[in-house]
Design a protein around this ligand. Sequence first.
Ligand code: KG4
Ligand code: ZN
Length: 338
Amino acid sequence: MNVLGIETSCDETSVAVICNEKLTANLISSQNFHSNYGGVVPELSSRAHIQIITPLVKEALSKSNLKLEELDLICATAGPGLIGALLVGLTFAKGLAFTLKKPFVGVNHIEGHIYSGFLMKEKPEFPILVLVVSGGHTLLLRVNSFTAIKKIGSTVDDAAGEAFDKVAKMLGLGYPGGPKIQQAASMGNPDKIKFPVAELKEKYNFSFSGLKTAVLRYIQKNYADAVEISLSDKNDIAASFQKAVISALVRNTKKALEEFEVNSLSLVGGVAANESLRTSFINLGERYNKKVSIPRMEFCGDNAAMIAFRGEKLFEAGITSPLSLSPYPGLSVADFSG
Ligand code: KG4
Ligand code: ZN
């Protein structure tokens, strides 16, 4: 079975090929130019996807020693994401499926992340407690199989990655904020400032907007504008902020580990690239005697390998998507129930 995966939900164009369950290509082209604008500009993102998608598909096929006609299944991210950006990958994939007369599967981007631990040699074991931390989502899930995902908690406001990006902007560190905060934090004192970590009544939910405001107030109170903040103070703010985010993520995950019987603990999504968070999860797994699954860097951020993998699993479960406007009849994060 030769599977092509396409991901264009935001600012990464990615094309992957899985041949007989082996990943033979996972090409990722990042649109770094958005850093000039302080965030992703949707129209520019769509245009950049259009320019690169054909050469990327050709390169992924040649790396996999495959001809177009040898593909058995075409998968593409169907949402959530920037609509114009999504449409580039989706219409490309549907056009290809139509021409080749091959099945098409529209994949939910978050589900791609959820199962990304399976791209590693050491696979997680069901049931899995999964923490999804990306730019748009923060979700704690109990994943019992490839078709059963139960939501335990989520953010009630900002996503963890969004908080990283916004605080980086406040500190004038640039975009994307996560890696910049991590870098600054590695040189700062995480105990310098005690930023609040919201604890909600729904014990598995997260809230990061109060923390974000606390950082803003701290900057406004102590510095007239970001230009005045010394490098070492920026590092301390970044380290203290990062510590607060990680403690909220670890705290809720710990509560869930105490309540739910799982075999593995998995950390996925763009923020899973954060070294301190990865270390905290490895320690958590050791403490609770769970197998820990954290994808390597290329599978943390947006990538098509996770889309091809998820698409193939849906196909195996008998799910394909129409080539019409309704792209995705499969599971949806919005109504995970069991
Ligand atoms: O999963 P992802 O690539 O895209 C979405 O689906 O949203 O996640 C992107 C998010 C951004 O907010 C980015 O700042 C964050 O992941 N991120 C990080 C790190 N690397 C990326 N956050 C914290 N530490 C990092 N090292
Ligand atoms: Zn993502």
